[in-house]
Design a protein around this ligand. Structure first.
Ligand code: F6R
Length: 594
């Protein structure tokens, strides 16, 4: 993961880099650092420490304006988060400084083969890159030295590199980890994500794998690994700056939960002309031509994928499998004759999913990416892509991207179904019902205070409610650190019920008529063993003692609604425990390492 920013130009490098790092903090936030060129030739000021970008801002004050610098916000892979392991890292002679996002898989071998006897300062894999550039630059030009280093690296990297002796130059390189070059008359900015560029650049260049970038003054040249100049595309940045601010909300997560009804309306606006779906015909054709869909995703996006399978199979009659990306990448099942791979990813950068995409593309299979970030790697590299239009999601815990992903999957499945429902009407109804539950947030906050008093918790449900439970439990555990499991209600009695004791919170989701009684029987079983239960149901199936009763919606779409109170449950459980809701421990939003 990690976020990198580099700047060369006539504006204040420190300000631009710190602002960019704040925006990239979702990618990792256990330490941060910056290197800024000083006033005299060859002087460089380095500030780095364990902790957040806000801390870096405090410790990195300089009383002059620097015009060249690189910065980093870290999610530790190699080496604990401490000052020494923080980036930037320099070469042994202190000439080259680099920031790195990614993992160098062969760094130990490289150390042994090329850098035997050298004095390393940190435990990182990154340092080896700086040392190799230094070593090769003894006999080669700096550009050749960087490209030679790139040719030896196995794994993933996005790099910004400064040569202390060159005040008017900066270098960048990319393989697998994302990296963009932002353009402006006032300088060039390098960043892991378009967010770092917003407000500074109006245009950017997305880099392909194995790109080497030389920035000199205000000019950019891009080469491949053997030094051949590469053509590139310049794209417009159209992220709304206001959308990445918290506004009146205490946390981005609360803002994003609240935005869900308007996201559903936004999706309707984008994909409907009257009652008719206006989906790209090529996407529809690709699904139609396949005889089995393979949904590949991770975490929350995979939980959305599980609902997608139900939608494709039950609405459209198309066989569909859902796979954990990190498993599928290296343990592929037998495939059908004409598979279509559907990648679901909020960020479009998840390394586990990308590993599968690279793999299946090499085998000639077709692919579709469903993502929130149209500039992302998965969007660019798949044959087709559909945007979910959720707007920037900043909180690490995904909320509006999940419900938007399901809405898009519903639209896809619907276009291939007999279209016996009025989809536009059903989605509009959902948006109103989401508002109705968000209006009950104070009540949900009290319920959480009363019932979620233990270190563990269960969500139970059957059928599509079970899949909603998987997402609900992931949300609760990732931000409140309450150990939570999403369980198929009927399966609990086959072992796991042993964990239920006096006061264990068990939350049931019931939105389906045909399993209402079964789930309620399972609730009785845990109640008899002392569980503190909460029932989230819909009007059609509710009982008077149910705590959260939601509007009736089209049953297959119910997770879009039932998940909303569970997002609020997670939010308030974390708030009541005083945790950092938008940046939970050990996590990062864009998981760009495998
Ligand atoms: C949890 C969460 C993660 C992501 C997962 C995949 O709230 O956001 O589980 O869903 O890391 O990320 P994307 O969707 O960007 O591929």
């Amino acid at each position: 993961m990690c976020g990198i920013v580099g700047y060369l130009g006539n504006e204040n490098a420190r300000e631009i880099i710190i602002k960019g790092l704040h925006r990239l903090e979702y990618r990792g936030y256990d330490s941060a650092g910056i290197a800024l060129s000083g006033e005299g030739d060859g002087t460089l000021h380095i500030f780095k420490d364990k902790g957040r970008v806000a801390h870096l801002e405090e410790i990195s004050g300089i009383d002059f304006v620097s015009h060249q610098g690189i910065g980093h916000t870290r999610w530790a892979t190699h080496g604990v988060p401490n000052q020494v392991n923080s980036h930037p890292h320099d070469s042994e002679d202190g000439r080259f400084f680099i920031v790195h996002n990614g993992v160098i898989e062969n760094y130990k071998e490289l150390k042994n083969q090329y850098l035997d006897g050298r004095n390393f300062k940190s435990d990182t894999d990154t340092e080896v890159i700086a040392y190799l550039i230094e070593k090769f630059s003894e006999k080669l030009t700096v550009e050749e030295a960087i490209r030679k280093t790139m040719s030896l690296l196995e794994g993933s990297y996005a790099l910004a590199i400064i040569d202390r002796t060159e005040k008017n130059k900066m270098y960048a390189a990319k393989n697998k980890s994302p990296l963009l070059i932002g353009l402006s008359d006032n300088g060039i900015i390098v960043g892991s994500d378009v967010m770092a560029l917003v407000g500074f650049s109006k245009e950017y260049i997305p880099l392909d794998d194995h790109s080497f970038v030389k920035i000199e003054g205000n000019t950019v040249a891009i080469y491949d690994i053997i030094g051949k100049e590469m053509q590139y595309e310049v794209k417009a940045i159209d992220v709304d700056y206001l959308n990445i601010e918290k506004g009146e909300y205490a946390h981005f997560m609360l803002k994003e939960i609240n935005e869900q009804p308007s996201v559903i309306r936004q999706i309707i606006g984008r994909y409907f002309d009257g009652e008719k779906v206006t989906l790209n015909g090529e996407v529809k054709k690709a699904i139609k031509e396949s005889n089995r869909l393979y949904i590949i995703a991770a975490g929350t996006s995979m939980n959305a994928g599980a609902i997608g399978r139900e939608l494709f199979e039950k609405m459209a009659g198309i066989p569909c499998e859902v796979h954990i990306a990190s498993e599928f990448a290296y343990n592929m099942p037998l495939l059908s004759k004409r598979p279509l791979f559907i990648f679901i990813s909020q960020s479009g950068e998840t390394a586990d999913s990308r590993a599968v995409l690279v793999n299946i593309k090499a085998k000639g299979y077709r692919s579709l990416t469903i993502t929130n970030v149209k500039t992302s790697t998965l969007a660019r590299e798949a044959d087709h892509f559909v945007e979910i239009h959720a707007g920037p999601e900043i909180a690490v815990a995904s909320t509006k991207a999940y419900t938007a992903q399901i809405a898009i999957l519903a639209i896809l499945a619907y276009t291939l179904s007999d279209q016996h429902i009025n989809l536009r009407k059903e989605l509009s109804k959902l948006a109103i019902s989401m508002e109705n539950v968000i209006d009950k947030k104070e009540y949900i906050e009290e319920l959480v205070r009363e019932k979620l008093t233990k270190r563990n918790c269960f969500y139970i449900g059957r059928g599509i409610d079970y899949y909603a439970c998987l997402e609900s439990s992931l949300k609760l555990k990732e931000i409140s650190y309450i150990q939570t499991e999403g369980f198929a209600a009927g399966e609990l009695k086959h072992g796991t019920i042993a964990l239920i004791e006096e006061g264990t919170p068990v939350i049931a989701i019931i939105s389906q008529r045909k399993i209402n009684h079964n789930t309620r029987s399972n609730l009785q079983e845990v109640k008899s063993r002392g569980a503190a239960t909460i029932v989230i149901s819909t009007k059609a199936v509710h009982e008077t003692t149910d705590q959260i009763v939601l509007d009736d919606v089209y049953e297959l779409f119910s997770p879009i609604l039932t998940v909303v109170p569970t997002q609020l449950i997670a939010y308030y459980a974390a708030l009541q425990r005083g945790y950092d809701i938008d940046k939970p421990r050990n996590l990062a939003k864009s998981v760009t390492v495998e």
